[in-house]
Design a protein around this ligand. Structure first.
Ligand code: NAD
Ligand code: TYD
Length: 335
């Protein structure tokens, strides 16, 4: 791996992955290819913008010619795909872009990998492809039963990619990560939304009774897991990425108001998300066998994340006062 194309690298996990890879591998060239949707922000790449081995290309993974041109121009040998519409609530309001990017876009990347003979396509997927699991943990060969349009589009993208491995033998690997949190996460997702609302003394909207359970993985651990699979993963295989740090949403909301010295009365129970998955949990022993373990426990990652949003108002305030407001009103006020 010498020349890496990181699709969706201006988003939350993609940007953290790019920071990590450039800091870890001095000889690696990294090109971010990103459409810059509402979630893609060049500010997320500011820490590496001047790095001599870094470049940025604005483009759409649904556009075959654009992806081919980026691959040819920079002699790309490896693609890591983070590009996606990623928010469940938005997929419930308007699934169209999800089907485009999370399904058709993955097909385009498979086609580029096949026709240009790349060394690797690594596809970043999610625990949501399996659907909810009230008790126990999913393993990689369990069936897909996704609930939301987001989860179904991610499952469909994976199935296309796996068909390209089986039919054409493209050099594919997949990771399925649990809920990830940390710096640069767009403040529509629960943890950054709750932190930034609490900082402004705004209500924290907890869906339903807040008893839904999510496993929470710190973003640097997620980035490292992808790197491990790039280096040691078996082609055609998927790897679960889990932290084993399950919490209810209500517990997380309570921790956030406590950490910021705000009253618990800021927590507001609101109408539940339709078909809200009660719990996700993954067995990551297959990835442990490759030598990966999470390094950041929830207490540490949580404290670092709260501190980051406290210090980085210049990052999140413009987001929360821009187009975001229209979405926020639709999501929380009009429903
Ligand atoms: P994000 O929404 O923060 O970032 C997505 C990025 O993709 C943005 O930069 C956006 O501009 C870009 N993008 C969207 N459509 C594009 C297109 N058509 N062409 C090129 N770029 C496009 O998402 P994230 O939270 O960083 O998630 C990254 C990946 O990880 C996604 O595939 C998601 O499904 C997966 N994932 C996320 C989590 C999580 O908790 N955030 C957990 C597991 C898996
Ligand atoms: P989210 O961050 O949207 O991730 P996902 O839906 O992919 O798990 O939500 C995490 C959990 O928090 C999920 O159970 C939904 C819940 N949630 C709330 O209770 N209130 C909110 O405002 C948001 C955005 C999410």
């Amino acid at each position: 791996m010498q020349n890496l194309l990181v699709t969706g690298g201006a988003g939350f996990i993609g940007a953290n992955f790019v920071h990590y890879m450039l800091a870890t591998y001095p000889d690696l060239r990294v090109v971010v290819f990103d459409k810059l949707t509402y979630a893609g922000r060049t500010e997320n790449l500011a820490p590496v913008a001047q790095h001599p081995n870094f470049a940025f290309v604005q483009g759409d993974i649904c556009n075959l010619a654009q992806v081919q041109a980026a691959v040819a121009q920079d002699q790309i040998d490896t693609i890591v795909n983070f590009a996606a519409e990623s928010h469940v609530d938005r997929s419930i309001l308007d699934p169209d872009a999800f089907v485009q990017t999370d399904v058709y876009g993955v097909y385009v990347l498979c086609e580029v990998t096949r026709t240009l003979g790349l060394q690797r396509l690594h596809h970043v997927s999610t625990d949501e492809v399996y659907g909810p699991i009230p008790t126990g943990k999913f393993r990689e060969d369990d069936r897909f039963l996704p609930t939301s349009p987001y989860a179904a589009s991610k499952a469909s993208g994976e199935l296309i990619a796996l068909s390209y491995f089986r039919t054409y033998g493209i050099p594919l690997t997949i990771t399925r990560g649990v809920n990830t949190y940390g710096p640069y996460q767009y403040p529509e997702k629960a943890i950054p939304l709750f932190i930034t609302n609490a900082l402004d003394d705004l209500p924290l909207p907890v869906y339903g009774d807040g008893q839904q359970v999510r496993d929470r993985l710190y973003v640097s651990d997620h980035a490292r897991a992808i790197d491990v699979v790039l280096r040691r993963g078996v082609l055609g295989e998927a790897y679960n990425v889990a932290a084993d740090m399950e919490q209810t949403n209500l517990t997380v909301a309570q921790m956030i108001v406590a950490a910021l010295g705000k009253p618990q009365s800021l927590i507001q129970f609101v109408k539940d998300r339709p078909a809200h998955d009660v719990r996700y949990a993954l067995d990551a022993s297959k990835l442990h066998a490759l030598g990966w373990q999470p390094q950041v426990d929830f207490a540490t990652g949580f404290a670092q994340t709260v501190q980051w949003y406290r210090e980085q108002e210049a990052w999140w305030r413009p987001i929360k006062s821009g187009d975001y407001l229209a979405y926020y009103r639709q999501q929380y006020v009009e429903r």
